[in-house]
Write a protein that binds this ligand. Structure first.
Ligand code: ATP
Length: 384
C-alpha cells in the first residue's frame, strides 16, 4: 500500500518532509487569516492544528492542499517547492467534514473510485476495500446506495473512500464534525490506526481539544492566524506557553489565580491580597504580580491546606468536578467522588504541577524569565 512516489521520500537526511515557511494569507477583503506560520513536519507524523473558530486552521490546510494561494511564504513538500502548484501536482488527500458520495454508485463503487482513477488493478482494489471495510465495520453496506445509508454510515463510507489512497499527506478538516459521540470515537480510532498502519503524514484540523490530544503526535495551537505553541500533547497540557493555551487545552481549563509574589519565610511565595494563604515558589527572581495556573486533577482534598467550601459539583460517573470557594478564588478540583454542597474541606495543590504566568504578557513565567526550574517547595501550603 505504500505508493512508489512516497517511497522516494523516505528520510535519509534530517530534512522535514513538509515545511511551512513564514506562510501568510490575506484575503482580497483584507482579512489576515494566516499571519506567518513556520512549521516543520516529519514524514509519518500526525499533526493536529487546534484553535478556536476563525484562527486560520482551514486556510492553512487549504494552502497546503493548493486550494488557496498564499500571499507570502513557502510550502516545501518532499523537497519540492509546491507553494504555487495546483492541487493536481501535489500528492495530497483531502478529507472534508462533508464528503458527498456519488448517489448513483454503490458504497463499494464509491470507495473504489479513487483507486480506479489511478489505475489500481481490480484485485488490489478488492483487497484494499476488504481491509478498509473490515476496519470500519461497513462490510455489510458495500452493495447499498448512499440513499439507503444513515448519515453516520455515509460518513464512514466517505472516510473509507478518502483513505483507500496513500498520498504523501492526508489533510483532514474536521472530518468527524457532524457525527454523534459514539461514531466520533469509533472513526477517530479508525483514522489513527489507518494512519499508523500506512505511516502516512497527516495534518488534521479541529477545534476540539480532546480530539486533538487523542490523535496528535504533535499539536499546533493557533490563535489569530498565528501559532501559539507547538508540542506533544503532554508538553502542551503540562507546560502551556501562555494563558491562551492554558485555557484552551483541557476540559475544564486550568484554574487561574491572579495574585502577588511576596517574600515569605525563607523565600518567595504566591499569595492573593487578603488571603491568608502562601504557596512557596522556587524562583529566585519573580515579578511582583503573577497568575498561578493549576489543572483540576492536581488539586485534591486533604486534612490541611487551602480551606474552602463546596459550591458546585459536576458528577460524571467515573469522577466529579467539584467547585470550591477558597481565599484564592473559586477552584475546580477533579475528585474521585461527589462532595455535598456547602461542605467545608481543605485542598492541597500538587506543587510540582503549578504553572506561573506573567499577567502583563500572558506568557509562562519560566519561559519569559528564562528559568526552567519553576516548581514549588515540597511543603506547598502554609497558612498563618
Ligand atoms: P473554522 O473552524 O470556523 O473553520 P478556522 O480556524 O478554520 O475556523 P479559517 O476558516 O481559516 O479559520 O478563517 C480564518 C479567517 O479568515 C476568518 O476570519 C474567516 O472569516 C476568514 N476567511 C476565511 N475564508 C475567507 C474568504 N474566502 N474570504 C475572506 N475571509 C475569509
Amino acid at each position: 500500500m505504500v505508493s512508489p512516489h512516497r517511497a522516494t521520500h523516505k528520510r535519509e537526511t534530517p530534512m522535514p518532509f513538509l515545511e511551512l515557511q513564514n506562510l501568510q494569507k490575506t484575503y482580497p477583503d483584507g482579512t489576515r487569516a494566516v499571519r506567518g506560520i513556520d512549521l516543520a513536519v516529519d514524514e509519518g507524523e500526525f499533526i493536529v492544528l487546534l484553535g478556536p473558530s476563525g484562527c486560520g486552521k482551514t486556510t492553512t490546510l487549504r494552502m497546503i492542499a493548493g486550494l488557496e494561494d498564499p500571499t507570502d511564504g513557502q510550502i516545501v513538500l518532499g523537497n519540492r517547492n509546491v507553494t504555487h502548484l495546483p492541487p493536481s501536482q501535489r500528492d495530497v488527500g483531502f478529507v472534508f467534514q462533508f464528503y458527498a458520495l456519488y448517489p448513483h454508485m454503490t458504497a463499494k463503487k464509491n470507495i473504489a473510485f479513487p483507486l480506479e482513477n489511478i489505475g489500481t488493478s481490480p484485485s488490489d482494489i478488492d483487497a484494499t476495500i476488504d481491509r478498509v471495510a473490515r476496519a470500519l465495520g461497513i462490510e455489510a453496506l458495500l452493495d447499498q446506495y448512499p440513499r439507503q445509508l444513515s448519515g453516520g454510515d455515509q460518513q464512514r463510507v466517505s472516510l473509507a473512500r478518502a483513505m483507500v489512497r496513500t498520498p504523501d499527506v492526508y489533510l483532514m478538516d474536521e472530518p468527524l464534525g457532524t457525527l454523534d459521540a459514539e461514531h466520533r470515537l469509533e472513526l477517530r480510532a479508525f483514522i489513527r490506526r489507518q494512519q499508523l498502519a500506512l505511516s502516512t503524514t497527516a495534518i488534521y484540523v479541529t477545534h476540539d481539544q480532546e480530539e486533538a490530544m487523542s490523535l496528535a503526535d504533535r499539536m499546533v495551537v493557533m490563535e489569530g492566524g498565528k501559532i501559539k505553541q507547538t508540542g506533544s500533547p503532554p508538553e502542551i497540557y503540562n507546560h502551556p506557553a501562555d494563558l491562551f493555551v492554558a485555557n484552551f487545552v483541557g476540559s475544564p481549563g486550568m484554574n487561574l489565580i491572579d495574585g502577588q509574589i511576596v517574600q515569605h519565610e525563607d523565600g518567595l511565595a504566591f499569595t492573593r491580597l487578603g488571603a491568608n494563604v502562601h504557596i512557596p515558589i522556587h524562583l529566585r527572581v519573580a515579578p511582583p504580580r503573577a497568575i498561578l495556573g493549576i489543572r483540576p486533577e492536581f488539586i485534591r482534598p486533604a486534612n490541611r491546606g487551602v480551606p474552602g467550601k463546596v459550591v458546585l459539583g459536576e458528577y460524571l460517573g467515573s469522577h466529579a468536578y467539584v467547585h470550591v470557594d477558597t481565599p484564592l478564588g473559586e477552584l475546580v478540583m477533579h475528585a474521585p467522588d461527589r462532595f455535598a454542597i456547602g461542605e467545608s474541606i481543605h485542598l492541597r495543590l500538587d506543587e510540582g504541577r503549578v504553572c506561573l504566568f506573567d499577567p502583563d504578557t500572558g506568557m509562562a513565567l519560566a519561559r519569559s524569565a528564562g528559568m526552567k526550574d519553576v516548581k514549588l517547595y515540597g511543603r506547598s501550603i502554609s497558612q498563618n
